[in-house]
Design a protein around this ligand. Structure first.
Ligand code: 13P
Length: 252
């Protein structure tokens, strides 16, 4: 049975005040959820302590990025060991904003994935095609190559700590979502690449991200290969984020 996850990536948004109020209300609302979904809050690293305090063990917490090393003279970086020590369970790696704005390559993503798995945390590896790639019919091959290289260093016993998030770049923060059919097609393609790599593909959770809102979450989450969502903008509003979590079908 695959883990069902709805994760909120705050990106570079939030404050100490928001960390307390928002997470407090999400935790309160989440208490009435009975669909087995795991809620993950991924705030800027500096607010991890505040978020953990409010999460009170009822919500999981993650970081948005880590360096590929475990410690050392790397000013400004944090390591996956530190994320674990601080109480995180998840680490996001290879978000398209990291790839596009900070030049992260698939090889760097692979090194970070290794480091996260070495620390014993769960990695959420983000992949997704650009608009240009989609329009030129290259979407599947672009995503497939991100998956193959980004996950190339995962050892056989480590797959249970791997989650893949498909986030088409053109759908992030634009209000344009992939149709549930297109998202399902890509998720099925990712699963078949994972199978081909020798991974236990049917046990790996695949999340969809890119303008997921309360009004499109139900259709996306009803698809057989979509095991949850990675939410940006809507994760900053408790009511919207919890509505998205609610749309997860019970008993799946
Ligand atoms: P939006 O939900 O704001 O489109 O962001 C998606 C995303 O990038 C989550 O990581």
């Amino acid at each position: 049975m695959r883990r069902k996850i709805v994760a909120g990536n705050w990106k570079m948004n939030g404050s100490k005040d928001l960390s307390e109020k928002l997470v407090g209300s999400i935790r309160f609302e989440a208490e009435s959820l009975d669909n087995g979904v795991e809620i993950v809050i991924i705030p800027p690293a500096i607010y991890i302590g505040d978020v953990l305090k409010q999460a009170q063990g009822a919500l999981s917490v993650g970081v948005q990025n880590v360096g590929q090393w475990q410690s050392g003279a790397y000013t400004g970086e944090i390591s996956s060991d530190m994320a674990k020590d601080a109480g995180c369970r998840y680490v996001l790696v290879g978000h398209s904003e990291r790839r596009q704005l900070f030049g992260e390559t698939d090889e760097l993503v692979a090194a970070k994935v290794s480091s996260v798995l070495f620390s014993g945390l769960v990695v959420i590896v983000c992949v997704g095609e650009t608009l240009e790639e989609r329009e030129s019919g290259q979407a599947e091959s672009a995503v497939s190559s991100q998956v193959r290289t980004g996950l190339s260093l995962v050892a056989q016993g480590e797959w249970q700590n791997v989650v893949v998030a498909y986030e088409p770049v053109w759908a992030i923060g634009t209000g344009k979502t992939a149709t549930s059919d297109d998202a399902q097609t890509m998720h099925a393609a990712i699963r078949s690449v994972l199978k081909d790599m020798g991974a236990p593909a049917d046990e790996i959770s695949l999340l969809y991200g890119g303008s997921v809102k309360a009004d499109n979450a139900a259709a996306l989450f009803a698809e057989p290969d979509i095991d949850g969502g990675l939410i940006g903008g809507a994760s900053l509003v408790a009511k919207d984020f919890v509505s998205i979590c609610r749309y997860f079908p019970a008993g799946t």
